[in-house]
Design a binder for this molecule. Structure first.
Ligand code: ADP
Ligand code: TRP
Length: 323
């Protein structure tokens, strides 16, 4: 089974990304041939600084490798190291109905936010379809927000197969990542790069501690019972087993529990949970050439996996050299 997912290099990854996506991507490696790529072409629809893009791609590669993405088992590559994908996107775009793209929620949302759309933003789902269809991917793990893009991929595959009367593309199945309760940020809203309320697992200890100590809480005095349905406890629970959670609820209900102590405990738990990942990341960061080698080797392997589909698509469409 081929499991494919793209990850946008859009900024520092955080604990929301970890529990909502990264950890599940890493777990899925066990179930088949994992193919993961850093979607730098897609990031061109939002990031317009070349240096920044290169930097974000490497940072994200380090994050994934540190969190257990195993390059010996899975393919990890930079999307732009396989430029054939953009050729396939053209073959697909010629059969993609305008109406299909006009119905895309993410496009409509961006336009509603006042973003002046360009063709890249409009065509984003077609490039995504090429990413997926080039491997005849079976399973595509994505967040709920990407589900419509997956449905569009299926529609585009059908259009191409019908237009050229050949079963060139196989229809992929979406695998919607478990909506583990949305991880809250330090201010109580959903943890997100856009809100500046992050906890990043790879921050230096001091910065991490400071951010954890700043998590918002209500103003219940120490001696009184505490409501555990608030950000601090939700975050703490991510690092505690059910028995510990039950014990914490009992302590909170009894009164006498200080938020400061819970924060200190959370900090210790975060360090111990992410300790091995933090270590691996700092080791890897000292060897940028090795990371580059991993990405290049990944692209080589990705090309091998995609070649039969590229050839079938070109041949069906009657473009490229006669093979
Ligand atoms: P951000 O909101 O910080 O820009 P992204 O949109 O890049 O995050 O998210 C990438 C992936 O991480 C998505 O699959 C999304 O579902 C998951 N994710 C992001 N933030 C959270 C969160 N706070 N809780 C759970 N999952 C999250
Ligand atoms: N659009 C996806 C996101 O923002 C990233 C992505 C690009 C992707 N190509 C993909 C995800 C192919 C799955 C498959 O999260």
């Amino acid at each position: 089974m081929r499991i494919l997912s793209g990850i946008q290099p859009s900024g520092e990854s955080h604990m929301g990304n970890f529990f909502g996506a990264m950890r599940q991507h890493v777990e899925l490696q066990e179930r088949g041939q994992g193919i993961y790529f850093l979607a730098d072409y897609h990031s061109m629809t939002s990031v317009r600084d070349a240096e920044e893009r290169r930097h974000l791609v490497i940072e994200l590669a380090l994050d994934y490798l540190a969190c257990g993405l195993d390059p010996a088992r899975s393919v990890l590559y930079r999307q732009s190291d396989l430029p054939e994908t953009t050729e396939l996107a053209w073959l697909l775009t010629t059969v993609t109905p305008m109406g299909l793209l006009l119905r895309a929620h993410s496009y409509k949302d961006k336009v509603d936010q006042g973003i002046q759309p360009d063709h890249g933003l409009f065509a984003y789902p077609v490039l995504m379809a090429a990413d997926i269809l080039q491997y005849n991917s079976d399973l595509v793990p994505v967040g709920q927000d990407q589900k419509q893009h997956l449905e569009m991929t299926r529609d585009i595959a059908v259009k191409f197969n019908q237009a050229y009367e050949r079963e060139v593309f196989q229809l992929p199945e979406p695998h919607i990542l478990k909506a583990v309760a949305v991880v809250p940020g330090t201010d109580g809203r959903k943890m997100s790069k856009s809100y500046g309320n992050l906890l990043r697992m790879f921050w230096p200890e001091k910065k991490l501690r400071k951010a954890i100590m700043a998590i918002v809480t209500d103003s219940t005095p120490v001696e009184e019972p505490k409501d555990t349905d608030q950000t601090l406890f939700q975050l703490w629970s991510l690092f505690a087993d059910p028995d510990e959670q039950a014990e914490m609820s009992a302590r909170a209900a009894a009164g006498g529990l200080g938020y400061g102590d819970v924060k200190k405990d959370l900090y210790e738990r975060v360090l111990s949970y992410f300790g091995p990942y933090r270590e691996r990341r700092s080791e890897l960061a000292k060897r940028p050439d090795d990371v580059e080698d991993i990405l290049r080797a990944g692209a080589g392997r990705a090309r091998e996996l995609a070649m039969p589909v590229f050839e079938a698509a070109r041949s069906a469409a009657g473009v490229g050299p006669l093979g």
